[in-house]
Design a binder for this molecule. Sequence first.
Ligand code: DP6
Length: 325
Amino acid sequence: MTEKKVRAYTNIALIKYWGKRNEELILPTSSSLSLTLDAFYTETSVSFNADVDQDTFYLNDHLQDTAATQKVSRFLQLFREPAGISSSALIKSTNFVPTAAGLASSASGMAALAGAANLASGLDLNPRDLSLVARRGSGSATRSIYGGFVEWQMGTTSADSYAVPIDDASWDIGMVVVVVNHHEKSISSREGMKNTVATSPFYAGWLESTAKDLIEIKEAIRLQDFQKLGEITESNGMKMHGTMLGANPPLSYWEPDSVVAMQLVRQLRKEGIPCYFTMDAGPNVKVLCRLSDSAKIKTRFAEVFQNDQLIVAKPGPGLQVLTSN
Ligand code: DP6
């Protein structure tokens, strides 16, 4: 039997999404911008014709529990309802991403699920509408429909909050990902951002400043100005983490080795190697660099970290449909 899988690559935000104005519809409080990476992805197949009497979800060949399956089931309703499908689904997903290590597995996971459900349901949504539906699974998944630099426009309603491709990033750009800790994080980004919006006195300042950062980073991308791109990325990420420190209770995803990695990035800059860090809702550090400098940077990090903690990534493509027998 021919089975169609969809592969979606993860993305790392350079201008962060950190807060919702509508929890149910996953509408963000600000627009964000990311780089899709080739090194981390999820492959998923969905079948509505399978011989199953309830939705059945395998992740990395393991049958998932009720809670995980319900999350997927609810999301699949966004395809079943408009397509008039009432049958149960068999969902098989493989993560080529350390799950929940702050490497945005929900982005590739939900984008791949959206792509696979789009195929299986016959809805055949275009990429823009697919990004809009992927958003309902996880905010960051909105951006993983496309490759390269991608903006998620916050929009005014659910109908215009979707991603747009900005630039295919086919210039000298890369990332060295420093996996400080691959264990599951204790506070999800969903919970963390909710509490930050509700309690952090720094939040208003964040919203004002991230809107400016977005305009400036788009100009830097247009001019292929790497230094500007990096400076805005590092500053924006730090400001997001600043909002969390102001939350009640205060929140920090950093670990001692995260700080070690950040200091090494600053040291490398002093030595004349342009590179900049960003961090998400986890302790791992992502180093934005020239792809042509990535081997050199990895070698320097390997003096402090184990080799298997260091992954070099290139800009990745958008959704791909794979056919296997
Ligand atoms: C820090 O997309 O995981 O990675 O929409 O609640 O599923 P939900 O959150 P999620 O949040 C990602 C937060 C971030 C920044 C970013 O990717 O923009």
